[in-house]
Structures are given as structure tokens and as C-alpha cells.
Ligand binder design. Structure first.
Ligand SMILES: Cc1cc2nc3c(=O)[nH]c(=O)nc-3n(C[C@H](O)[C@H](O)[C@H](O)COP(=O)(O)OP(=O)(O)OC[C@H]3O[C@@H](n4cnc5c(N)ncnc54)[C@H](O)[C@@H]3O)c2cc1C
Length: 550
């Protein structure tokens, strides 16, 4: 039949009542909680950088890059066409775009290059913005930032590698580092038989020529998880003659040969799909020791402490992006004759989510300030030690439930892949699993309290600063202190972690936020006035204040 003869209506209906896409907005200037925290935690000097990155990460182009990088996951090439091992991973150009912007803004090095106070705070806020856009690419960025304090345990290695880390140039070429303009560092600890329990590592390290003068070793064994395998070098744990030891293992040897770092396969993951996470084998790979033999855990823990801070940042950012999407949708979508944002029940859900998000952002930024002061101030040192674990446990645990609730605010649209929320939802559990899963973090909290009582004193001193301002707060903190003074049984680890986190968040909100927000937090989180789902505040706050753009 001739199509021209068909009488087809040009459309069946008008598209109505769909929210416009949230794009071309500034992620930083639309976030009052982040902006206030930046001032308060000593990094106001970084405002223009944040405005710039906030604008970039909210552009349609970079939002699209986030989608593309996840829809086109990395591809492993183990061999070239002639059968030689190459062990290279190919990424979509969108991944490289995201990396280029994040590295150019110093997300991997700002805290180490900036001389002004507030370097870790400024960097945390920048990292937060990039994570809101796309979480996967922040993995190598985070590991590079975190590697520096561990590398510094071996000054000659730090002096070789830090100059490359300090460059804010993303150089994805797979070449020996001295031919490159910048370097990225990863981490490989987890093995098949044990991740949390790294002492069970079976990978071995043999000193080269039996001599230990330059700290050169040959590493043989495997790692069950090794993310971002295209990094230039990795901090690796292996069993040396003197016990579990930390090494720097580059992808190229000093002779300009590919190191014997073989990528077996890439993991097929629930989320974090833009990022390559691999299984690898070391077939006598060349590496150099960091720190003393047998001191592997205390050495690499310096790195882990910083990646845990980044888990807090990453989880808080997922919450924030989910909240922005939910408020935006509710402002534009009508049901039963009224905008969703004006429906009392929806308002309560959004209010409760905004409360949770603000509490997370505030704790994350306070924690980042503790990292700024931890080498020079005892209080900050103690806070960084214990509050990192407390915040990681609680904020990461809250994220999946939070993102799901935000998704529900969009109804069916929140479940469809064209919207960012399904990606946020798949990403949400990850920060809780890696860098110490929930129980392991709780055991770390108990260890810190027992072995480093100054860290508990620091956290309690921080909490106590709000004492006398709210009866519910006082009634919550009193028994918590009594409990902390008594038995620290493992079985109660999660309850203790949760209570410490809530007390810290409440103290920060009481001291620094609007009194209605602090009141709603204490009423809902500390004395059980509210229910177990979001949206059960006794007196809802104004959710729109959290995202004041039309
Ligand atoms: C996407 C992704 C990327 C990753 N990338 C890397 C990477 O780049 N480098 C790297 O080294 N690792 C990486 N990991 C590994 C990750 O850090 C580990 O999976 C994690 O530390 C947990 O170790 P495991 O999987 O061996 O679990 P296990 O250690 O077996 O733990 C399983 C469960 O038991 C709990 N548990 C353990 N001990 C105790 C105890 N004493 N009491 C009570 N409960 C306990 C844990 O909390 C956890 O819930 C990655 C993981 C994922 C998912």
C-alpha cells in the first residue's frame, strides 16, 4: 500500500504533566548544606572552584557522559592479535571525559598540593560533586588521593611517584610512568580466600637477589578484586619473609617491560559499571617495598583510612543527587489536582530525606576537616580515627533505603533506566561493602575505642559541644556515654556505631543548622517519635529549602 494514501493522525495525544529533565544546573550553588559547610570547615577559599565544577557536572553534556560511561562498560583485552599478553582495558570516551575533568580539578591531589588550611575539606566537596554526577570514575581518583600517606612511609618512593600524582593532568596512555604527564594509583589487597581478613593473603613476595637494599621483590599470587587496573601502580599486600608487607607494584618495570600483572577477567557487577574491577594474577611481578617487612597492614591502613572518608563522601553524594531528583520531580508533577510537592504526605517524605541528606553532608564535611588537622591537633587526630569508621558505617548503611525512597517519589519513571535513579540505586550498596564491610567497620570502631581511648574522647568531646541545648539530645547521649564506659561486646557493635553516628550528626545539626532542622532530627532520630521509614516526621520541615532552584 502506498503510505501516502494512509490517513495516520500525526499524534494520539499531547504529552502533559511530565517533569522536565534536571540538567544545566549548578550542583554546588543549588546545595545550601554543602555551601555552608564549606565556609564553616575552613575552605571558603575554594568556592569558585566548586562553583565551576558544580556547573560542569550539571551540564547536559557531562550528565550524558555519566550515562554513556555506564551503558558502555570497559572491555578487557588480555592479548593482542598475535597472541602476546597485553592486559589492557579499553574505556568509552565518556569515561575519559569524566576522568579528565575530575583530575583537572585536583580531586586526586588537592589535599596534598594546597598549602592553605582546608585542603581536605575543599577536595571532599569537589569529590562530592563529581560523585553526584558519576560514581564509577571516582574510584581511581579516590585511590590515588589515598595512596599518598602510605607512599610517604617510604620517602624515596614518594619522591619518585608524588611528582606525577601532583600533576592535574589526566594521561590515560599505557606507558611507563616516566614517559607520562600524570599518574594514578590503585590498591590490591583482597584475595579469594579472604578480603576483610587480609592476614590470610597467600600471595608471596621474594626479595630480588636475596638483597633488600633497594627493597625490590618479585610478587607471585593473585588478587580477587582489583579495581581500575589501568592505574599506573598499585599498593599490594603480599607475604614477605618477615610477614605481610605492603608493596608498590607498577604496571611497567624499570626496564620498560610490561610488568607480570595479568588481568584474568573483569567482574560483572551490580553497579559501578563504568569502572573496571578485575581479577588479577602476579606471575613474579616486580615491586618495591613500602615500610618494613611484616608491617603491611599498618602501612596500607593509611590508604584505607582515606578511602573510607571517600566512601562517606560517595554515599552522601548519592543521597544528595537522589534528593535533588526527587524534589525536582515533585515540583513539576501533579496528581489529584495538586503538585506532588504540595501534598502533605509527599512533603513529609521529602522533608525526611532532606534532613537525612543534610546530616550526612554535615558529618562528611566535619570529618574532612579532621583529616586537615589530624597531623597537628590531637582532637582532630582522634576524631579522624574513630569518626571515619562511625560515619562510614552509618551513612553508607542509610543510602540504599534513602535512594529507593527518592526513586519512589518519581513513581514508575524512577524505575526506568533513562532516569539516573536506577543507576544510583545499583551504586548505593557498594560504599558499605568495600573498604571494610559493615561488621568489619563495627569491629574497627570497638578496636579504636579500646586501643585508642583518645579517639573516643575526641568523638565524645565533639558530641558534648551541643549538651544542654535539647532535652532529647541529652537524654540520648547520657545512656550512650554510660554504655561506652561499660562492656564493649562485639554483639552490640552495630548498635553502638549507629548511636555514635546519630549523636554526632545531632550535635552538628544543633550547633550549625536552622533550629527547626535540629528539632526535627532530634525528634525523629533520637527519641523514636517517628517511624522506621522515611516520611514519618512528627513536624515536617520545608524540603524545598534543600534544593532552592525552580
Ligand atoms: C566493586 C568492588 C570493587 C572492589 N575493588 C577492590 C580493590 O580495588 N582492591 C581490593 O583490594 N579490594 C576490592 N574490593 C574488595 C572489597 O574490599 C571486599 O569485598 C571487602 O573488603 C569484603 O571482603 P570479602 O569480599 O572477602 O568478604 P569477607 O571478608 O568474607 O566478609 C563477608 C562478610 O562477613 C563479614 N565479616 C567478616 N569478618 C567478620 C567478623 N569477624 N565478624 C562478623 N562479621 C564479619 C563482613 O563484614 C562481610 O559482611 C572490591 C569489592 C567490590 C564489590
Amino acid at each position: 500500500m502506498n503510505p501516502a494514501t494512509l490517513s495516520v493522525p500525526s499524534s494520539t495525544h499531547e504529552v502533559l504533566n511530565q517533569a522536565p529533565a534536571l540538567r544545566d544546573y549548578n550542583l554546588f550553588s543549588s546545595d545550601p548544606a554543602l555551601s555552608h559547610a564549606l565556609e564553616r570547615e575552613n575552605a571558603a577559599w575554594a568556592r569558585s572552584r566548586l562553583e565551576e565544577l558544580g556547573r560542569l557536572m550539571g551540564t547536559e553534556e557531562l550528565i550524558r557522559a555519566g550515562f554513556l560511561a555506564n551503558e558502555n562498560p570497559p572491555v578487557l583485552h588480555t592479548h593482542d592479535r598475535f597472541g602476546h599478553r597485553i592486559d589492557e582495558v579499553e574505556f568509552h570516551p565518556a569515561w575519559h571525559d569524566l576522568m579528565r575533568h575530575s583530575i583537572a580539578h585536583g580531586l586526586h591531589n588537592l589535599a596534598w598540593t594546597e598549602q592553605k588550611p582546608g585542603g581536605h575539606v575543599a577536595r571532599a566537596a569537589l569529590m562530592f560533586l563529581a560523585s553526584e554526577n558519576e560514581a564509577g570514575h571516582t574510584c581511581p581518583v579516590s585511590m590515588t588521593y589515598s595512596s599518598v600517606p602510605a607512599l610517604r612511609k617510604q620517602p624515596e618512593l614518594a619522591s619518585e611517584w608524588e611528582p606525577y600524582i601532583r600533576q592535574s593532568i589526566y594521561d590515560p596512555r599505557f606507558r611507563p610512568v616516566h614517559e607520562k604527564n600524570g599518574a594514578l594509583i590503585g590498591m590490591a589487597m583482597t584475595e579469594k580466600q579472604g578480603g576483610s581478613d587480609v592476614r590470610a593473603n597467600t600471595t608471596t613476595a621474594e626479595p630480588v637477589d636475596g638483597g633488600r637494599a633497594r627493597g625490590e621483590y618479585r610478587i607471585t599470587g593473585h588478587k580477587w578484586f582489583c579495581s581500575a587496573p589501568m592505574c599506573d601502580a598499585f599498593l599490594v599486600l603480599a607475604q614477605a619473609p618477615g610477614g605481610l608487607t605492603c608493596f608498590l607494584l607498577p604496571r611497567w618495570t624499570p626496564d620498560g617491560e610490561r610488568n607480570r600483572f595479568h588481568i584474568q577477567r573483569l567482574k560483572d557487577k551490580l553497579g559501578n559499571r563504568s569502572n573496571a574491577s578485575s581479577e588479577i594474577e602476579f606471575a613474579g611481578a616486580w615491586a618495591r617495598r613500602i615500610g618494613e617487612e611484616g608491617r603491611g597492614v599498618p602501612t596500607i591502613i593509611e590508604m584505607v583510612q582515606h578511602t573510607r572518608l571517600d566512601c562517606v563522601i560517595g554515599a552522601s553524594a548519592l543521597m544528595r543527587q537522589a534528593l535533588a531528583q526527587a524534589i525536582h520531580h515533585a515540583r513539576h508533577r501533579k496528581a489529584f489536582g495538586r503538585f506532588l510537592i504540595d501534598q502533605p504526605l509527599m512533603r513529609n517524605v521529602l522533608a525526611d530525606l532532606s534532613l537525612e541528606s543534610e546530616a550526612a553532608t554535615m558529618l562528611m564535611m566535619r570529618l574532612a576537616r579532621a583529616f586537615d588537622g589530624r597531623d597537628t591537633d590531637e582532637h582532630e587526630h582522634g576524631l579522624a580515627r574513630l569518626a571515619t569508621a562511625v560515619a562510614k558505617y552509618w551513612i553508607c548503611k542509610r543510602t540504599p533505603q534513602f535512594v529507593n525512597e527518592a526513586q519512589e517519589c518519581l513513581g514508575g519513571n524512577g524505575f526506568v533506566e533513562e532516569c539516573v535513579l536506577p543507576r544510583l540505586y545499583r551504586e548505593a550498596p557498594l560504599n558499605s561493602i568495600w573498604e571494610g564491610s559493615g561488621n568489619v567497620i563495627c569491629l574497627d570502631i570497638l578496636r579504636a575505642i579500646t586501643k585508642d581511648p583518645a579517639s573516643l574522647e575526641a568523638v565524645l568531646a565533639e558530641i558534648r559541644q551541643a549538651r544542654g541545648s535539647d532535652r532529647r539530645f541529652d537524654a540520648f547521649v547520657g545512656p550512650l556515654e554510660t554504655e561506652l564506659a561499660g562492656s564493649r561486646d562485639e554483639v552490640h557493635g552495630r548498635r553502638l556505631a549507629e548511636h555514635l553516628a546519630l549523636a554526632l550528626q545531632a550535635s552538628l545539626l544543633i550547633r550549625n543548622s536552622d533550629s527547626q532542622i535540629a528539632d526535627a532530627f532530634c525528634g525523629s532520630r533520637l527519641n523514636g517519635e517517628s517511624g522506621r521509614t522515611f516520611g514519618t516526621l512528627h513536624t515536617p520541615i520545608d524540603p524545598e529549602a534543600a534544593f532552592p532552584i525552580a
